[in-house]
Design a protein around this ligand. Structure first.
Ligand SMILES: [Zn+2]
Length: 220
């Protein structure tokens, strides 16, 4: 389908034009490959409910907006910014599965809790996550990125994939506490306990059980 894959050995990386990821660049695209120019980068996995419709059950939209703001600021100071938007809705399980998980989380006995956050996904989908992050850095390599000064992602899986592919990461930038919606604390604390990047540490199993989401309001 794409003869360049075998006819252009001079291309070290090449992205076939298959609809999936979108890259938004702030500043001069040529500066992306210059490790001496400050680069702010967010690698964002699609979350339609939050990104587009503003749901407060997760941190996707505020983290994305914060990344865009920081990327633009970096470009205004003479650096460069890039936001890569990956179509991996609902941890690549899809939007319908995600809503089934939300429903199960809110309706489980004892209510929505950080202690059972991942189990609810596994009960519905059979797995916690269907994303494969090993190829995620490919678009970064396509732009010749060798060094990321500010990486907007707390995911250990994304960080490991980026660093493992030979790109240096200087600072890992967490979402500021004030941007986390109250109902998204369930997701945030569960992820930190599962290995997400955190400067203030992860909660114990007992503490996780105390992190509760908003209750469902229904007429009985
Ligand atoms: Zn989300």
């Amino acid at each position: 389908m794409y003869p360049e894959l075998i006819t252009r050995p001079d291309l070290k990386v090449w992205l076939p034009p298959i609809g999936s990821s979108t890259a938004y660049i702030f500043g001069n695209p040529q500066d992306l490959s210059n490790p001496n120019i400050e680069l702010t980068c967010r690698v964002h996995d699609e979350c339609n409910g939050s990104d587009v419709f503003g749901s407060d059950i997760c941190t996707c939209r505020p983290y994305l907006m914060w990344g865009i703001e920081h990327a633009a600021e970096t470009a205004q100071k003479g650096g460069v910014g890039i936001i890569i938007y990956y179509r991996k809705e609902g941890r690549a399980l899809g939007e319908v599965t995600k809503f089934l998980v939300y429903n199960a989380r809110k309706r489980q006995e004892g209510g929505d809790s950080a202690a059972t956050y991942f189990q609810r996904t596994e009960c519905v989908a059979g797995v916690e996550d269907a994303r494969f992050q090993e190829f995620m850095p490919d678009p970064l390599h396509f732009f010749g990125i060798k060094k990321i000064h500010n990486l907007h992602s707390m995911s250990n899986m994304k960080y490991d994939a980026i660093v493992g592919s030979g790109i240096e990461v200087v600072n890992r930038v967490s979402i500021p506490e004030e941007l986390i919606p109250p109902d998204a604390q369930v997701e945030m604390e569960a992820k930190k306990a599962a290995g997400y990047f955190t400067v203030d540490g992860a909660k114990s199993k007992e503490e996780l059980a105390k992190v509760k989401g908003r209750e469902i309001e229904e007429k009985k």
